[in-house]
Design a protein around this ligand. Structure first.
Ligand SMILES: Nc1ncnc2c1ncn2[C@@H]1O[C@H](COP(=O)(O)OP(=O)(O)OP(=O)(O)O)[C@@H](O)[C@H]1O
Ligand SMILES: [Mg+2]
Length: 434
């Protein structure tokens, strides 16, 4: 059977989402760079064409004389100013082959834009081909320039005409770029959030899957145990009955060995009862009663077993404890299991303290021993069914105890110090009438 694997599915999901985000961002970026280079090209072409057309109409003589700031200078300046206004240019200028601005020498122009000129494009124009610069930014503004050669009568390039225009729409494009980067950062954050979310969901699903598998395994085991116990109990009943009949038939030559049979059958029955408790899924019937006499009676019954092992059992109860709604059989089982654990932990002489007291809305039952204690790493597992550190332990004792406590809407905690002892605290809720 193929098992559902949440890890694999969520990993696939994350991969898909990451892919979508990457494709989305990459396509945004692609569109942006395409639009940008298209607009740069278009504007550059237009500027280069303006420069070329203006350069073509220039009178070479006047251009050369312009340096001398004569009438020719004014004429050229006027002509270029008209071109500037007609085409809404930021600047228009003529550079000689030494890159000097013929009409506006740097000393009196102070043009910052001039410093940003694209040398590669100017050199290309000097070589005889119109060209345009890359896009450049001064403060918040974007600019681009076009260049065209100015020829003499022999077809030799003697200067370069440059035109420069602002490009407001690049501001919009620049905002678009910021938006794309913002979207990328946001989606990156989203991706991280998503990964964390998926990780949590996966961990939760894994836990749930584990619980479901465990519960169904326990249920199956429980059913199996119940049916086996049931089948074993019948022949045990027959064995006990037969032994008792043999005993009464041999009243005269009484053989003590015959007494062992019913005793051992009873012990086997007790063990089976324990397993049946583990297997039982039905909550037991509860009744409202004073817990002190119930606990006292159970402890009295067990004291014999403990005195044999030189273990002192001390019971300390608070007066006037409120009644609790419990299943007496369940309480009995809790106490037996906890006392047996204490006994096993003490091995030889020691003390077990049992206390009954009121704590807020609970009656608290404490069982504390000064036995060997529980190692830290075992402490996490003691409630797991079949966890036992004992060679003959079934590992069901505390599992059953916890189950009964839960059936009583109570709580159980275990504190233990290796080498010093263990204290188990059980809280049973007091009914609303008390
Ligand atoms: N009072 C205690 N002192 C030291 N260790 C304890 C004590 N109570 C429980 N443990 C540890 O917890 C384990 C689980 O206890 P649990 O009662 O569930 O099973 P078990 O005693 O091993 O077997 P079973 O109760 O079925 O005979 C024990 O094997 C033991 O290691
Ligand atoms: Mg036990």
């Amino acid at each position: 059977m193929r098992r559902f694997s949440p890890g694999r599915y969520s990993f696939g999901m994350i991969l898909f989402v990451v892919l979508v985000i990457v494709v989305f961002n990459a396509s945004n970026w692609y569109i942006y760079s395409k639009i940008r280079s298209y607009l740069i090209g278009q504007l550059g072409q237009r500027l280069a064409n303006i420069a070329s057309a203006t350069a073509f109409g220039l009178n070479l003589e006047k251009v050369l004389k312009a340096r001398e700031k004569t009438v020719a200078y004014e004429e050229i300046k006027n002509l270029l100013n008209n071109v500037k206004e007609d085409n809404q240019l930021v600047d228009i200028f003529i550079l000689d082959l030494d890159y000097n601005n013929i009409l506006n020498p740097p000393a009196d122009s102070g043009s910052e834009v001039f410093l940003n000129l694209d040398l590669a494009a100017i050199t290309q124009a000097m070589a005889g081909t119109k060209a345009y610069s890359h896009l450049y930014q001064v403060g918040d503004y974007f600019f681009e320039s076009g260049f065209a050669p100015i020829y003499d009568s022999e077809g030799k390039v003697i200067a370069v005409l440059g035109v420069e225009a602002g490009a407001d729409f690049f501001k919009v494009l620049s905002n678009f770029k910021k938006t794309i980067i913002g979207a990328f950062v946001l989606s990156l954050l989203g991706m991280i959030l998503l990964a964390v979310l998926f990780w949590n969901i996966t961990a939760h699903l894994r836990k749930m899957e584990h619980t479901v598998v465990r519960t169904s395994a326990l249920q199956a085991m429980g059913e199996m145990v119940a049916s086996i116990c049931h089948e074993i109990r019948n022949p045990l009943g027959i064995i006990k009955g037969t032994a008792e009949r043999l005993r009464s038939a041999n009243q005269k030559n009484r053989d003590e060995l015959l007494d062992f049979i019913p005793e051992e059958v009873d012990r086997l029955n007790d063990i089976l009862t324990g397993y049946l408790e583990f297997a039982s899924l039905e909550p037991k019937r509860k009744e409202r009663l004073d817990i002190t006499p119930l606990v006292t009676k159970i402890v009295e019954q067990l004291k014999g077993t403990f005195s044999k092992s030189q273990i002192q059992v001390l019971l300390n109860t608070e007066d006037d404890l409120p009644q609790v709604e419990v299943n007496p059989g369940g309480i009995r089982q809790i106490i037996i299991n906890l006392l047996m654990n204490a006994k096993d932990a003490i091995q030889r002489s020691g003390v077990v303290n049992i206390r009954l007291k009121r704590q807020d809305r609970f009656v608290q039952l404490e069982i504390e021993d000064n036995g060997r204690g529980i190692r830290k790493k075992d402490l996490k597992q003691i409630f797991n069914p079949f966890f036992s550190t004992k060679s003959k332990g079934s590992g069901l004792g505390l599992y059953v105890v916890q189950k009964i406590v839960k059936e009583h809407q109570g709580a159980i905690t275990v504190e233990s110090k290796p080498g010093q002892g263990t204290k188990v605290v059980i809280k049973l809720p007091i009914g609303s009438t008390d």
